[in-house]
Design a protein around this ligand. Structure first.
Ligand code: 5GP
Length: 194
């Protein structure tokens, strides 16, 4: 049986990638062919988030134990918390001939690209850093130092954009979503030889 493909959505914090990623699975055609992989994290659960749906919330001790046992395909520390992609889940989906969808940070995307050179990588960005700063402020990152730090990281992340297969500029959410949806459907069709 043909193995599935790994599709990675990445980009700076505040680019809107998670919103777009969540929206993708409302599309029946995409849902049939793609499985979203739920990451592990040590960060506290936010209001509205569900265990096992948004993340598997783990204690730092449990995360470290799993990491040592080789449970993760990649792990990263993002803004002080650990995040990891479960290896077996990804492998099982690929073995079933389905495609895997990951929404992870830029360093994690780099690891996936190194391990799976055929992975499709999609970078979501705002039209400019100024827009990103506004979005981060709206999100409640009022603290000037935190904001400055996030923008500094975003500037670094933007330098990696050339390594990505596709770039989605998230100016208007609906337009960005339509483009992302098309890119993913085209990539799946390529894989299926349509
Ligand atoms: P948040 O805590 O806001 O949900 O996510 C913070 C950042 O961690 C986001 O950029 C998100 O995409 C990233 N992230 C979520 N899960 C993983 C993962 O398994 N691995 C990596 N490397 N990053 C992740």
């Amino acid at each position: 049986m043909k193995k599935g493909k790994i599709i990675v959505i990445s980009g700076p914090s505040g680019s809107g990638k998670t919103t777009l990623y969540k929206k993708l699975l409302d599309d029946k055609e995409i849902k049939k062919r793609i499985v979203k992989i739920v990451s592990f994290t040590t960060r506290p659960r936010r209001e509205g988030e569900r265990r096992g749906r948004d993340y598997v919330f783990a204690s730092p001790k449990m995360f470290e134990r799993k990491k040592k046992a080789g449970h993760f395909l990649e792990t990263e520390k993002v803004f002080g918390h650990c995040y990891g992609t479960p290896k077996k889940k990804v492998q099982d989906v690929l073995d079933r001939g389905k495609n895997v969808l990951l929404c992870i940070d830029v360093k994690g995307a780099r690891t996936i690209r190194d391990k799976f050179p055929k992975a499709v990588t999609i970078f979501v960005r705002t039209p400019s850093l100024k827009v990103l700063a506004c979005r981060l402020k709206e999100r409640g990152s009022e603290d000037k130092d935190v904001l400055r730090m996030r923008l500094k990281i975003a500037r670094k992340e933007l330098k990696e954009i050339k390594k990505y297969d596709h770039v989605i500029i998230n100016s208007r959410l609906q337009t960005a979503y339509t483009r992302l949806n098309r890119v993913i459907k085209d990539e799946i069709a390529k894989e299926e030889g349509n």
